[in-house]
Design a protein. Structure first.
Length: 229
């Protein structure tokens, strides 16, 4: 700190009586790196403050639409309609529809960055539901990453959707050897059809780590509701 004061004192002596243009040239020549760092730090601080004030921090619901090129992100009709259906205040709550995961858990996914991203989302408790083919969903469920829909946590979903269930047997016998329901058939829903995310074979599973199972149940009802005209 003492050294800094000495440098500043010496600079003041050098610049005493100089024209403003000379002072600016001197500061730019000898302090442009430091100025750049200060400006960068200030800019980052302003950006982070902007995000804090304008982007909702609490996630209200997170759905992954795997293996589709359909964009259901912010601005899409499905996004807007679900926010309205679920009465989500998007100024306070985040709604995430992720359409950027491409993987097939029924195959060897070692080294697949999309699969690793999906597993991270599930294990961290960030993700609520994932939609993919029956084979892939059952493989994901066999590894313990999907909710047993007959469990108490599922809140009666197996009974409510009993005609649409798919089951899988845990890959590790330690967790049981009997089939458990892990997926719900989305045939006839508003995202299955010639111009939607899936032409067919679309099943929904709920993350075993989800803390918003009630929202997942609400999302299911929404998918089978009539789309707005």
């Amino acid at each position: 700190m003492e050294r800094l004061r000495q440098i500043l004192a010496e600079d003041r002596k050098k610049l005493a009586g100089k024209r403003p243009s000379d002072i600016l040239w001197y500061v730019w020549t000898y302090y442009r790196v430091q100025l750049g760092l200060i400006i960068g730090i200030l800019g980052l601080g302003i950006y982070l403050l902007f995000l804090q004030l304008t982007v909702p921090g609490t996630v209200g619901f997170y759905a992954c639409f795997a293996n589709t090129f359909k964009d259901y992100g912010p601005g899409s009709a499905l996004y807007r309609e679900y926010a309205e259906y679920a009465e989500l205040d998007l100024k306070k709550t985040r709604l995430i529809f992720n359409c950027s995961i491409y993987c097939n858990p029924s195959r060897n996914m070692m080294g697949n960055r999309y699969y690793e991203a999906l597993i991270t989302l599930i294990d961290s408790g960030s993700l609520d539901v994932v939609i993919m083919s029956k084979e892939d969903l059952c493989a994901l469920g066999a590894n313990g990453r999907l909710l047993d829909l007959s469990s108490e946590k599922a809140g009666g979903l197996a009974e409510a959707w009993q005609d649409r269930l798919c089951t899988t047997v845990p890959a590790d016998p330690e967790y049981g050897t009997s089939p458990i329901p892990v997926g719900i058939d989305l045939t006839g829903s508003r995202i299955v059809g010639d111009y939607e995310a899936y032409a067919g074979d679309a099943w929904l599973g709920i993350s075993s780590e989800s803390t918003r199972v009630d929202q997942a149940a609400l999302f299911l009802r929404f998918l089978f509701s009539m789309p707005h005209p």
